[in-house]
Design a protein around this ligand. Structure first.
Ligand code: FES
Ligand SMILES: [Fe+2]
Length: 442
């Protein structure tokens, strides 16, 4: 249970709030590179601030306050030109720093434009996403986590703006045991309701998830926390415990196994809406040819079906269902916590400590300013990227179609078949590995 004051600290992200000031020390993804390429100019909202994102005709990215300084037309209606973003009403033009550089209706030699400047923020692209930084200058470096920076990779990104406070998303991720129930027992129930006993998701997803978490732990690391889990029937030697899964402070969760890094971002749009981003990076073994990727797909994640029912036969759909059902801002003064909430409690305490650090004028963790260090920030999961599939008794790799892309909020992906084909091919062409040296996959 939290006090009302701590509930606010943990959830509110507007300018001037302790949480808002902490979250402003980080770069946050605001859209996909593919989305911006298609739209060129778009409205975005981040940390309770409305902004306009654009790519000008010279290829530069800009993120500025939303209204034209002239007569307040919303600049999401503007159009890109060589010098920046042009307002459609009278042609005033702003460069990527927000400086007004043209006022076509003013007389030649007019200096009026020199005094007109919109607020602007730094913006950068990496790994198929566009990131913004709304904090104090100088902006830190955009962290180059391995799953964003490494090549060659194939990537795809699902997203949805959903009506829940971002902290509910993070608590979900620091709550290991929910997987056993929501993604195990409940998943099985949701599949039972659909009445198809041959649905491969029983075997691939629901049944394995139902195993009891006999041990779960969150250890502090330099980038946040590492989640370590031992499932019933396994030991601490299993990758889920010995390697674990990285939680990158403040709002990224990674799950990595079998050639896939699934990273989930809970981006605070405002206090009651979250941009949920499921970023997938796939790394294939070097014995198959992987086509070069020119654009990372960015597509919506469905929350409900056409009949208005939760999409509860999907892991991401299940997470969204519970997070949204907690309400726009969950009232933590009313909760009753149990022993399985140790990770949630740890995360809340750490978040508060970091907010205090910022208030006292210090950098919180994960603020990078060293170019050499930031070339590649390696997470402990990296070795698992290569271990796709389970090796059979003959030492030959097996791959069960659907393991990489099924039940993961990827219903609208245009490249699921390509990913599945490549993993199947990788397993088929894998060199024989003696069974003793074989390693487990997902
Ligand atoms: S309102 Fe934008 S140029 Fe006039
Ligand atoms: Fe979950």
């Amino acid at each position: 249970m939290l006090s009302a004051e701590d509930n606010d600290l943990f959830t509110r992200v507007g300018p001037g709030t302790p949480g808002g000031e902490l979250m402003r020390r980080y770069w946050h993804p605001i859209t996909g590179s593919a989305e911006l390429a298609a739209r060129k100019v778009m409205s975005v909202r981040l940390l309770c601030e409305d902004l306009v994102l654009f790519r000008d005709a010279s290829g530069r990215l800009g993120l500025v306050e939303p209204f034209c300084a002239h007569r307040r037309v919303h600049l999401c209606t503007g159009f890109p030109v060589e010098e920046g973003l042009r307002c459609p009403y009278h042609g005033w033009t702003y460069d990527t720093t927000g400086q007004c550089v043209a006022q076509p209706g003013e007389p030649a030699g007019s200096r009026l434009k020199d005094d007109v400047k919109l607020k602007s923020y730094p913006v950068q692209e990496l790994g198929g996403m566009v990131f913004a930084y709304l904090g104090p200058a100088p902006a830190p470096l955009l962290p180059r986590w391995d799953f964003l920076a490494d090549e060659p990779m194939l990537r795809q990104v699902g997203y949805v703006i959903a009506p829940y406070n971002w902290a509910q998303g993070m608590e979900n991720s620091y709550d290991a045991v929910h997987a056993e129930w929501l993604h195990g027992h409940f998943f099985k129930y949701a599949l039972d309701q659909r009445g198809n006993p041959d649905d491969p998701r029983y075997e691939i997803n629901a049944i394995p998830m139902m195993r009891k978490h006999s041990t779960f732990r969150y250890d502090r690391t330099e980038y946040g926390f590492i989640r370590r889990v031992v499932l019933e029937g396994e030991s601490e030697a299993a990758d889920t415990f010995s390697v674990g899964h990285a939680k990158i402070f403040p709002n990224i969760t990674t799950i990595n196994a079998g050639g896939t890094c699934v990273s989930t971002y809970q981006v605070p749009v405002d206090d009651t809406h979250t941009l949920y981003i499921g970023h997938r990076a796939y790394r294939f073994p070097d014995w198959i040819d992987v086509p070069a990727q020119t654009e990372v797909p960015w597509f919506p994640i469905p929350i409900k079906d056409e009949a208005g029912r939760w999409i509860d036969d999907d892991i991401v759909g299940q997470d969204l269902m519970v997070m949204i059902s907690q309400g726009p801002i969950m009232d933590r003064t009313l909760e009753v916590l149990g022993t399985t909430d140790a990770g949630v409690i740890k995360y809340r305490r750490f978040y508060k400590d970091q907010a205090i650090a910022v208030r006292e004028g210090r950098d919180p963790i994960n603020v990078y300013r060293d170019l050499a260090l930031n070339q590649r920030l390696e997470l402990p999961h990296s070795k698992n990227f290569y271990d796709r599939g389970v090796f059979g008794a003959d030492g030959r790799a097996l791959y069960r179609r659907g393991s990489a892309t099924g039940a993961l909020g990827l219903q609208n992906s245009p490249i699921n078949d390509l990913i599945e084909d490549l993993f199947e091919e990788a397993a088929r062409k894998a060199p024989l590995i003696p069974p003793t040296a074989a390693s487990g996959g997902r």
